[in-house]
Ligand binder design. Structure first.
Ligand SMILES: *Cc1c(COP(=O)(O)O)cnc(C)c1O
Length: 388
């Protein structure tokens, strides 16, 4: 074969159109059932999905809701946070992680991340907690850890740090549902976990959706109340301030069709990550593969020098290979959040990563040939001598 890295059709970044082609009959059947019974809000698919999700990950309770952002919001409401308290979170994350904290009157404290696995840097986390305690203005209340790109954080270590300071540990697992540590799945790694079913997440529906997982019966009951305006035993008995955040029955139907394939999809993503790793390690900085931790590989993210990243992305685009930059700016340097941070230079790893990361196509429908084509195109660009 010659020209294996030249354009041979456009590669799909998240694989959503391929997925619908493969799962069309199962998805159509499930969605049509909803159209026929007409119970669009809290139809029978909701309870069916919740029990299937809980079974899948081993959590006692799964409470579905309207988005990953709402799942985080529901955690704050269920945990009855007090305004002014501090929540420690990574600066290198999607903005939703931070916005819910601020919207609840909490003070976000941005923490730097580990350059190898993109999750909270435990040394910086300890330093930031000590700083807040020394200032004595805000009470350290919780660690909100984000499993960036699909790799679960080291929750055992986070739990130990939180215990020293009587803090809660919340998981933003929007990108990591399906991942595990030592065979314990995301959803069970900490007391309360939020995930997202945004279409491009590892388990996505065809609109917005999310869920919260917990083993705690009281929290589960609170979450079910919160997503329906704070209802008590009856709909018009209001026992707390809640929100409207039900998952649409039609989205539950899509997820019920996809869930039986999800374990295979996560395995395929892991196989693709290993292929990328074989092609690219030593060529660019590849993500660290952990023995005891399985990633859900929401993204496969490489690092290249900041002055060549855009040129590499352009060159790949010309070959039909889409890429994305998650995230071009850390939270502490975002206009809306600068008042919570200490400006440029204060979180050097997050700042450097925002200049050097590049996420490659990742979805279970990529073929081995496509993965080779992507890997070889990057090798040829970085080290022309390797391309033959
Ligand atoms: C996607 C995402 C969210 C928000 O999920 P939505 O369903 O889009 O509201 C929150 N945190 C992280 C880290 C995410 O990637």
């Amino acid at each position: 074969m010659q020209n294996s890295d030249s354009s041979e059709g456009k590669i799909d970044f998240a694989g959503l159109s391929d997925e619908y082609k493969f799962l069309k009959s199962e998805i159509d059947t499930r969605v049509n059932a909803v159209l026929n019974h007409g119970r669009y809000i809290m139809g029978p698919e909701i309870a069916e999905l919740e029990s299937a999700l809980a079974d899948f990950c081993g959590a006692k309770h799964a409470v579905s809701c309207a988005s990953g952002t709402d799942a985080l919001t529901m955690i704050m409401l269920a945990e009855e946070v007090k305004s002014g308290d501090c929540v420690f979170m990574p600066s290198f994350t999607f903005t939703a992680t931070a916005e819910v904290v601020v919207l609840h009157g909490l003070t976000p404290v941005f923490v730097d991340v580990d350059p190898d696995n993109y999750n909270l840097d435990l040394i910086d986390l300890r330093a930031k907690i000590a700083e807040v305690k020394e200032q004595g203005v805000h009470r350290p209340r919780a660690i909100l850890a984000a499993d960036l790109f699909g790799l679960p954080c080291d929750y055992k270590a986070l739990r130990a740090i939180a215990d020293e300071h009587d803090m809660l540990v919340w998981s933003d697992a929007a990108q990591s549902f399906g991942a595990s540590i030592d065979n314990r799945k995301v959803g069970t790694l900490t007391n309360i976990t939020a995930t997202s079913f945004f279409p491009a997440k590892p388990l996505g529906c065809y609109g917005d959706g999310g869920a919260v997982f917990t083993n705690d019966d009281d929290l589960a009951e609170a979450l079910k109340s919160i997503r329906m305006h704070g209802k008590g035993r009856e709909k018009y008995d209001i026992v707390r301030i809640g929100i409207n955040s039900r998952l649409d029955t039609i989205q539950a139907a899509v997820l019920l069709a996809k869930l039986p394939h999800f374990a295979d999809h996560v395995s395929r993503r892991n196989a693709i990550a290993r292929s990328y790793d074989a092609l690219l390690s030593g060529v660019v900085k590849t993500p660290l593969l952990h023995e005891s931790r399985t990633s859900a590989w929401a993204q496969y993210t490489i690092q290249v020098s900041p002055d060549s990243r855009d040129a590499l992305a352009d060159s790949l685009r010309e070959k039909g290979i889409p890429t994305a930059v998650y995230y071009p700016r850390p939270m502490h340097l975002q206009t809306a959040y600068t008042r919570f941070g200490k400006g440029p230079g204060s979180l050097p790893v997050s700042e450097a990563l925002s200049q050097s990361v590049l996420s490659l196509p990742m979805n279970p429908y990529l073929t081995d040939e496509q993965v080779d084509r992507i890997g070889n195109a990057i090798r040829a660009w970085v080290k022309p001598a390797l391309s033959v």
